[in-house]
Design a protein around this ligand. Structure first.
Ligand code: BES
Ligand code: MN
Ligand code: MN
Length: 462
């Protein structure tokens, strides 16, 4: 398959321009003001799949944003690869921290990306990575290199919990039958250290509300005499971790799987520099659960983090006031075997129990999902590993990620197939942050590697 390189060389400017057009549409699923843009993006994906060689493409309506489904089935006896990705993006705020507007993509060189990187919201997560699959399909169909059947399922609600995709999958098991699911929506260790993601964390996301007096009060007349909801909320939140940074919710760790020393030693072999890590974040020390390394803390251990907290006066100057209410959004990253609904219940019970007299507490669950781990001896993993060997001349390292793609465990449950996570992003790509970007090199390397996966995966069925 030498010609994939020349095909990329001949077409890379067009590939990049097409991706840039896609990145110009602000498909922010969380913000209803962008509804038309999200819908417009679904149509653009449909057209791109048709052009890339799908025989049949449809925009499937849901109660929320549509799912773009495409397929090329030419021999029912051949295996089928199901590609999943998402066309929605995170909100771009805070806007003033972007060096160029989030929906006006520019290609700029960086230290890590001397070939240039595309700066735009969604460049890496996930439009850029999803589009690698569209272009890999284009290459395979244009050059008679597609060795098996392929289905695409690209959704528009990943960043808001994939609620309608879950329903769609459960209702369309027949249509979605496949032999392996292939996703590029994660990262790799470094440009010269290819890796395959073998685990994702689960998630429970909740919002809490603490209510004290029935109205905002003068902090001189009432301060010290009534519960201040902001004081109380911060105290409650602080109590959720002990001095070792263990989470204090009773039962929280009950189902957490403890890795053997051998497994932990294997994990510790992945190249990692604590100094470089601290430097990249401008911090003088790392922080976390006692007894675990940084890489363990962000992959095999569960966490609890406040994502936002508000209440009272935050405008200019000073206002002496005790707010009637205080709020926070809290996420818990979970590891396999921790059931997200169970954890949500444990949180709710505990949080309500620790509320002092003088306030009332309301816990509202948002969304969540189960974690995922996949073995490295599956047919799909081996095919992916061989694909990286072709294009990186190195065996990829299996690595568990700290991020979540809740739909993956649901795929396994409903469709009974394994997911292979071939991510080409880097941690420094700033996904969900200002100045998100995706290396041009990474984008093209992904397009180059994917067809090898199809080849080796199909061969293992013969
Ligand atoms: N692509 C990310 C998840 C990810 C990124 C996994 C990097 C591993 C490495 C995905 O779009 C995402 O942001 N997921 C959310 C969860 C979702 C329910 C909003 C997350 O992890 O916060
Ligand atoms: Mn994503
Ligand atoms: Mn994301």
């Amino acid at each position: 398959m030498q010609s994939i390189q020349s095909y990329i060389d001949n077409h890379k400017d067009r590939f990049l321009n097409e991706l840039i057009e896609l990145l110009k549409i602000p498909s922010i699923s969380a913000d209803s003001a962008y509804k038309n843009d999200v819908l417009k993006t679904a149509d653009a994906i449909k057209i791109s799949l048709e052009k890339a060689g799908c025989d049949h493409v449809e925009v499937c309506e849901t109660e929320g944003y549509p799912i773009v489904y495409g397929e090329k089935i030419f021999d029912k006896n051949l295996p089928t690869v199901l590609v999943y990705g998402h066309y929605d993006v995170q909100p771009p705020d805070p806007l003033d921290l972007w060096n160029s507007p989030p929906f006006e993509p520019v290609i700029q060189k960086t230290d890590l990306h001397p070939e240039g990187a595309i700066f735009a919201r969604g460049a890496c997560d996930d439009k850029g990575q999803m589009y690698m699959h569209v272009k890999a399909l284009e290459y395979m169909t244009a050059n008679n290199e597609l060795p098996c059947n392929v289905k695409f399922m690209i959704e528009g609600e990943e960043e808001v919990g994939s609620v309608n995709l879950a329903k769609f999958v459960a209702a369309n098991r027949e249509k979605l039958t496949n032999d392996v699911i292939l996703i590029s929506d994660t990262g790799m260790i470094a440009k010269d250290v290819p890796s395959i993601t073998t685990g994702l964390r689960g998630l429970s996301y909740v919002e809490v509300e603490v209510t004290g007096p029935n109205r905002d009060l003068h902090s001189g007349l009432y301060g010290g005499a009534v519960a201040n909801p902001i004081n109380v909320l911060t105290k409650m939140i602080a109590s959720l971790h002990d001095e070792n940074n263990h989470i204090t919710i009773p039962g929280f760790y009950d189902n957490v799987e403890n890795l053997s020393d051998a497994e932990r030693a294997e994990m510790a072999k992945a190249p990692f520099s604590l100094e470089a890590y601290k430097k990249s974040l401008d911090i003088n020390a790392v922080y976390g659960e006692a007894g675990y390394s940084t890489n363990e803390r962000n992959s095999i251990r569960p966490t609890l983090d406040v994502n936002g907290i508000w209440g009272g006066y935050t405008g200019e100057g000073a206002k002496t006031v005790i707010a009637s209410q205080a709020f926070a959004k809290i996420s818990m990253r979970l590891v396999p075997n921790q059931d997200w609904e169970e954890i949500t219940d444990l949180f709710k019970t505990h949080f309500e129990r620790i509320a002092p007299d003088g306030v009332t507490v309301k816990v509202t669950p948002h969304h969540g999902g189960q974690g995922y781990v996949t073995p490295i001896d599956s047919v799909g993993y081996r095919a992916a590993s061989k694909a990286y060997e072709e294009t990186f001349a190195k065996t990829p390292i299996p690595q568990r990620s700290g991020g979540s793609i809740p739909i993956v465990s649901l795929f396994e449950k409903e469709l009974k197939s394994k997911t292979i996570l071939m991510g080409f992003g880097l941690d420094s790509d700033a996904i969900h942050s200002p100045n998100e970007h995706f290396g041009v090199w990474n984008f093209l390397k992904g397009i180059e590697t994917i067809p090898w996966f199809y080849k080796y995966f199909t061969e293992s069925f013969k």
